[in-house]
Design a protein around this ligand. Structure first.
Ligand code: ZN
Length: 523
């Protein structure tokens, strides 16, 4: 939506009539926002009002959507339209990329930062660019009183993969800027991160860091040679001896055949020759590529958090492989913030864990201990809604982990639609079923399509119940790109979300809050 001059003028006239602009101009940072401002919540987001140098900044509510208002000499250099009504002036600025960049300089808390040293980091992402307000509402509830254990923590508000921004027709600039504006609007003044998620090329690493992202999740899956995981020892040894020259093999064998990692769980990790051969064949190229991506980041000369993601493979990561990867990453000079192994069982999007919970428990415990030994965090991807394994994740890491949840805020948006606009939800559901065959190719999910209910038999009040059905959740989860491609749908959907924003926020607070509680982070 483009900022209209008439809307800006209407805003200024209304603000003037209520003395609001004068109060904003007089506002002292650090002092409480006074009643005039708080009571004018239909005109301004009260929490946003902040001093930046000589200027006072505020997020305005105009007829053409939120806009940045600048009162003062505009020393920060925001770009917008100067308007004045009877001698009172205001700079009214659109929420574009240029102004977001200026904002990150003017108020540093609106910029993401490296989260090195934080015990718990949680990527919530904001697929649609409308969920961060709700995420902030939740994270503001985390404090000494509500934390179960004294740990440091930070959210990662911006977190999108290239796949997601392609499907939603967004840009990395927009993903970061949306988070910045939400942080400004709600005055979230603690550190937060921005994750260039599942990046697979040096170009994307460079681009993400240049835009201002502070975390890189290096996805090296294209270089992982999974096929050796299923071959027998003899075939693996033959391939190993053919592909690596004797000198390379001697170097690896000297190092790893005598290797013994003693973990604080009492476990010992040793690597036998056939396992070493297999691990080298599967991961060597991936490690070299990770190094290349890391080097690209280092050259940008700003601090960033580097996550190595090896989770998108067919077979689970063995503890021996995890230890080897950690050793080899360190040898290459890679400073790891986190590593995302592929765990046993299935971490499918938007639904609970599928698999043997006991086996998950014992293998996760080992991965967590390896990560602890090497001083980085174990990272759990597709981490939304994994309620049955969250207690184990919290416990075995002693609350030191990185968790990524992403699409669950889209499902909560659809739940809000089902609760508030049932007839639109019925149409949406039918469309989702139609586009599902196309949408499913982007994701690894296995819904049982015979288990999808017909909404015709449900009353409006009964519609939210379909969100308890895992097959419905999966279908709705992955069809966002196809649904949002349709302009009339897109327009109606965002209008509805705008109208029901407080319900949406509340549902995020509850749903993501349940994650934090089950993980053992929040009381
Ligand atoms: Zn992943």
């Amino acid at each position: 939506m483009k900022l209209q001059k008439t809307d800006a003028e209407a805003w200024l006239a209304a603000a003037k009539a209520r003395g609001l602009l004068v109060r904003i101009a007089e506002f002292e940072a650090g002092g409480a926002v006074d009643e005039t401002i708080t009571q004018a919540a239909d005109l301004v987001y009260p929490l946003s009002v902040q001093k930046a140098g000589e200027d006072v900044l505020a997020m305005l509510k105009t007829g053409s959507g939120p806009a940045l208002g600048v009162v003062g000499a505009n020393r920060n250099g925001f770009k917008g339209m100067k308007i004045s009504v009877h001698g009172t002036g205001l700079l009214c600025c659109p929420l574009n990329h240029r102004n977001a960049e200026i904002m990150r300089e003017a108020l540093p808390y609106t910029a993401p930062s490296s989260l090195q040293g934080m015990d718990v980091t949680i990527g919530v992402g904001d697929r649609l660019g409308i969920a961060t307000g709700g995420h902030i509402q939740l994270f503001k509830l985390l404090n000494e009183k509500t934390l179960k254990k004294k740990v440091s923590w930070a959210p990662v508000f911006a977190q999108q993969s290239v796949r997601e921004i392609t499907l939603t027709d967004r840009t990395y600039e927009d993903v970061l800027d949306s988070a910045t504006w939400a942080v400004f609007q709600e005055a979230f003044v603690r550190p937060w991160g921005a994750d260039g998620d599942h990046l697979k090329t040096p170009e994307w690493v460079r681009k993400a860091l240049k835009i201002g992202f502070t975390m890189i999740t290096a996805d090296v899956s294209d270089y992982i040679h999974d096929e050796y995981g299923v071959q027998d020892d003899a075939a693996v040894i033959a391939a190993y001896e053919e592909k690596l020259d004797p000198e390379q093999r001697a170097r690896l064998e000297n190092r790893y055949l005598a290797f013994c990692l003693e973990l604080d769980t009492g476990e010992e990790i040793r690597i036998a020759r056939p396992d070493l051969a297999r691990i080298v064949l599967i991961y060597q190229d991936a490690l070299d590529f990770a190094h290349q991506l890391y080097q690209v980041g280092k050259k940008m000369d700003k601090p960033f958090d580097f996550e190595l993601s090896i989770d998108e493979t067919e077979t689970p990561t063995l503890p021996q492989a995890h230890a080897f990867i950690a050793e080899e990453a360190i040898k290459r000079g890679i400073k790891l913030f986190s590593v995302a192994p592929r765990f046993v069982g299935e971490f499918q999007k938007g639904i609970d864990y599928i698999g043997d919970k006991k086996e998950f428990d014992s293998t996760f415990r080992t991965h967590a201990a390896i990560a602890r030994h090497y001083g980085y965090k174990v990272s759990v991807h597709s981490g939304s809604d994994k309620f049955t394994v969250f207690p184990a994740i919290g416990r075995h890491t002693n609350l030191t982990f990185h968790l990524k949840t992403a699409g669950t805020n889209w499902l909560q948006a659809l739940l809000t639609v089902a609760r508030t606009e049932p007839s639109f939800f019925r149409d949406l559901y039918d469309s989702a079923l139609k586009v599902f065959p196309k949408a499913r190719q982007y994701y690894h999910i296995t819904p049982n399509l015979d288990n999808l209910p017909q909404l015709g038999s449900l009353t409006d009040d009964g519609l939210p119940v379909v969100f308890d059905n895992v097959d419905v959740r999966q279908v709705l989860h992955v069809t966002y790109g196809e649904l949002l491609k349709e302009p009339t749908f897109r327009e109606a959907f965002f209008r509805i979300m705008d109208e029901h924003m407080s319900e949406y926020r509340q549902s995020l607070v509850e749903h993501i809050g349940r994650h934090l509680k089950t993980l053992g982070l929040m009381k």
